[in-house]
Ligand binder design. Structure first.
Ligand SMILES: Cc1cc2nc3c(=O)[nH]c(=O)nc-3n(C[C@H](O)[C@H](O)[C@H](O)COP(=O)(O)OP(=O)(O)OC[C@H]3O[C@@H](n4cnc5c(N)ncnc54)[C@H](O)[C@@H]3O)c2cc1C
Length: 413
């Protein structure tokens, strides 16, 4: 493991930091914004996010690894990570382009035709169009290939019917990536096709879902005879699973590799120092110290695992299973630290929103972490991946693997 920047990386970091210092304000300790896509719903957030993306694009600071011909910088993965680390130190609008840039763009670049790349990539780069991911359904999440929404070809168009759910940001998206069943007569993975859909088309209804923390980042999306031109298909008919895997690999990498600018462990230490337990600072309590030590060990373990990923990127290698490990340990840790922070706050810990101490930081961690434990692969699915691909344990039994989808119980679309 190498913790230091190479001379080239240090020069790139200095250039990035200098540009950010000229164009953005540093984050301060009072800044409670969470930097999540869902905050795009706040008044003025979309306009601010679009303006920031446009400014960065004009200066060449977006899509660091994408080809220059489509508006990217033509840089390396480690430069992309360095830019992310530096940008996290500054106040920036909610990342409403995260799904487009992290998942849709890379999939279009990998599987799209030249015409498709020219149509969609530049406006993604400059922040003119926002994207969402229409994969999950009420009965297809972990088992995504079991989805039931259908598309039937009619002339040069596909007629889409069905329902998607948990679609983050659909309420303000212009385009969506969509996987649907185009052939129920073959095994589930073989009967899927992948499309790009105009979210403003007739026949698409977006309904917001209100979450436990009152955020409305998710939606249900209903398709009733919605039409998609065949030219919006990514990859061959029936090859949608292969295209979807590109999206899912990019999703896991973008969730697992997130750096973030905060220091939750340091904040928790501060809180423990400031509260009183039996007339003494909380930090002097043996049980508090033991719990903090446990959090510290896990936090450092995560940090060093992250450095391993960075070292691999810096050497031009592909990182291993660290992204799955980081999310599997990091998301539950965030939930446990949230719960402990609320406990340290005593009765006030039960308050919510702006009335809570510290602007509700610990309450937010506690309520948002379960979502992180599900998105981009649940804890159990990540364990399966680690068991099968890292530890080489025998694979799960998959009884529906070679059966035509229409013959799988409940499989009829
Ligand atoms: C914050 C967040 C954002 C999201 N954004 C989007 C989005 O923008 N677009 C989109 O399409 N989807 C999105 N999702 C949906 C997400 O992809 C699914 O929730 C996820 O894939 C899990 O699917 P599910 O909810 O149907 O749960 P299920 O797959 O039904 O799982 C239920 C339970 O069964 C367990 N389980 C399932 N299969 C196995 C197995 N084989 N072995 C052991 N245990 C198993 C799971 O671990 C879980 O505990 C989002 C979810 C969250 C939480």
């Amino acid at each position: 493991m190498d913790f230091n920047d190479t001379p080239e990386e240090a020069a790139f970091r200095a250039e990035a930091r200098a540009w950010l210092e000229r164009n953005a304000e540093p984050r301060d300790s009072e800044d409670r914004s969470e930097g999540v896509l869902q905050e795009g719903d706040k008044p003025g957030a979309l306009a601010a996010a679009k303006a920031w993306q446009k400014k960065k694009a004009a200066a060449g600071w977006v899509c660091i690894t994408w080809p220059k011909e489509y508006g990217g910088r033509g840089g390396t993965p480690i430069q992309s990570v360095i830019w992310g680390q530096e940008e996290a130190r500054f106040k920036t609008p909610p990342p409403v382009f995260a799904i487009g840039l992290g998942m849709c763009g890379p999939t279009i670049l990998a599987h799209g035709t030249d015409a498709q790349k020219k149509r969609w990539i530049p406006k993604l780069v400059t922040g003119e169009e926002i994207w969402c991911q229409l994969f999950s359904e009420p009965s297809a999440g972990s088992d995504l290939a079991g989805l039931r929404s259908t598309a039937v070809k009619k002339g040069d168009e596909w007629i889409v019917n069905g329902q998607k759910i948990w679609t983050t940001g659909a309420q303000f998206s212009d385009w969506g990536i969509l996987v649907v069943r185009t052939d129920p007569n073959v095994p589930k993975h073989a009967g899927l096709s992948y499309f790009v859909v105009d979210m403003h088309s007739p026949g698409i209804e977006v309904r917001k879902i209100t979450q436990i923390n009152r955020s409305t980042g998710f939606n249900e999306v209903f398709f009733t005879d919605a039409r998609i031109p065949d030219e919006n298909r990514l990859g061959a008919v029936g090859d949608g699973w292969r295209v979807a895997l590109t999206t899912l690999m990019n999703e896991r990498a973008s969730i697992g590799g997130g750096g973030g600018g905060g220091d939750p462990f340091g904040d928790l230490m501060e809180l423990a120092r400031s509260v009183e337990i039996d007339g003494r600072p909380g930090l002097e309590d043996a049980a508090v110290r033991q719990q903090l030590a446990d959090f510290y060990v896990k936090s450092r373990g995560l940090a060093y695992t992250g450095y391993r990923t960075l070292t691999a990127l810096s050497r031009g290698q592909t990182p291993g299973p660290e992204a799955s490990l980081g999310k599997l340990v990091g998301a539950p840790l965030m939930q446990q630290m949230g719960a402990f922070g609320m406990e340290l706050e005593g009765l006030a810990g039960g308050l919510g929103g702006r009335t809570a101490p510290d602007g509700g930081t610990w309450q937010n961690h506690f309520l948002a972490a379960p979502g992180l434990r599900i998105a981009g692969g649940t804890d159990e699915i990540l364990r399966n991946i680690i068991a099968e691909r890292v530890l080489r344990l025998p694979p799960e039994v998959r009884v529906d693997k070679d059966v035509a989808f229409r013959d799988v119980p409940g499989g009829r679309a």
